[in-house]
Design a protein around this ligand. Structure first.
Ligand code: SAM
Length: 351
């Protein structure tokens, strides 16, 4: 079977493979992964800085209209301590992630945190931000402070589906503009999608993968959509594929994307680990080369609940790290410590 294709209909067929044929697709992806980026796995210590959010995405547990969320922002000391843990353990990189805020106090807080993390790690720790849609000026300030990578998922590349997943005032065009701004500012740009959403077809997922390729992203974080009872999307849960289906589709999507974009960094997501106990290992074995151990202070983790049953919420940072070493070994990959693991090439947009 020929797995190399840029044709959406052919990609739909690949995404729909199951059983032995799916295994063959995933073996091919692993072969390409080993050849192009090796068996290396890089770590990004994930710090969930704050669950305060001004957005109201219909799928997300920390959306601003969810009154059940116990809102928090980590203190600068908590963030610096977590970053120090990552640096000393040799993680190479951290990700600062948060609900979206665009006020000056927040912009300043991030700017100062990035500078301080750079200072305390002698500039050795790679800093990735995942803080949503921001102005050009804000992206520039954070980049000048020392952040080198930015993750902003497009969630879906289909404007009509995007509109069904977001309330008024959330703009697909603005999200695209932000991705362009990030590239122009000089970040390594990461994006991604959710897979197995209500109203989403396999053809849309196929087009998403081609979209990521055309955008020339350097990094991808894509994982399954998972339900959350306190969100508006919950009432459509009968429309989402079974867990098994979502799992198979996700693994095939990772495999196809590795074939389409052999050099990029791809995360084995926490959502995949939540969907299936073998999710992160299988992602790494097939195509992914990045893991994001959660190093948020343990007491705060349950409050960063994007979806239900999220794994690792009671683990300490040390537990998360130990767990991840085991997963990497089981995936027959090799852990790279004290390396930032930046993408091999800068992506070149084709749009
Ligand atoms: N505010 C930043 C942003 O919008 O990029 C970062 C935080 S946001 C919560 C991070 C990601 O969580 C989103 O891009 C989305 O893909 C994912 N997410 C939110 N709710 C989810 C759900 N129910 N299932 C799976 N992923 C979800």
């Amino acid at each position: 079977m020929d797995f190399k294709t840029d044709n959406p209909q052919e990609i739909v067929k690949l995404l729909s493979l199951r059983g032995e044929q799916a295994e063959a697709l995933r073996r091919e992806a692993r072969k390409v992964r080993l050849r192009e980026v090796g068996d290396k796995v890089y770590l990004r210590g994930l710090i969930e800085l704050s669950n305060i959010c001004t957005k109201d995405c219909l799928y997300c547990g920390i959306r601003k209209s969810n009154p059940c969320v116990n809102r928090y922002t980590l203190t600068p000391e908590e963030v610096l301590q977590a970053a120090d843990f990552a640096h000393k353990e040799g993680f190479g990189s951290i990700v600062l992630q948060s609900g979206e805020r665009r006020d000056e106090a927040f912009t300043c807080l991030i700017e100062q945190l990035v500078r301080e993390i750079m200072r305390q790690s002698d500039g050795k720790l790679g800093i990735t931000l995942s803080l949503g849609e921001q102005s050009e000026d804000t992206y520039r300030r954070w980049h000048e402070a020392g952040a080198i990578r930015y993750l902003l998922r497009i969630e879906t590349s289909d404007p009509a589906l995007y509109a069904r997943l977001h309330p008024a005032g959330h703009s697909f065009e603005e999200r695209l503009d932000c991705l362009r701004r990030l590239r122009e500012t000089g970040y390594y740009v990461g994006s991604g999608i959710m897979i197995g959403l209500p109203f989403q077809s396999t053809e849309q997922v196929a087009r998403d993968l081609l979209f990521l390729k055309d955008l020339g992203v350097d990094m991808v974080g894509m994982g399954p959509y998972l339900e959350h009872e306190q969100t508006p999307l919950w009432e459509h849960r009968h429309l989402i594929p079974s867990k098994k289906e979502r799992y198979e589709l996700n693994l095939n999507a990772l495999a196809v994307l590795r074939l389409l974009m052999p050099h990029i960094n791809m995360a084995a997501t926490t959502a995949m680990g939540t969907l299936h106990p073998d999710g992160r290992r299988a992602s790494l074995y097939t195509a992914s080369n990045v893991l994001m151990p959660n190093i948020t202070p343990t007491l705060r983790r349950k409050d960063y609940s994007l979806y239900e049953n999220k794994i690792c919420i009671y683990d300490s940072a040390q537990d998360s790290f130990r767990n991840i070493i085991k997963i990497i070994q089981e995936a027959e990959c090799s852990l790279r410590l004290f390396e930032q693991g930046n993408p091999l090439h800068r992506g070149i947009p084709n749009v």
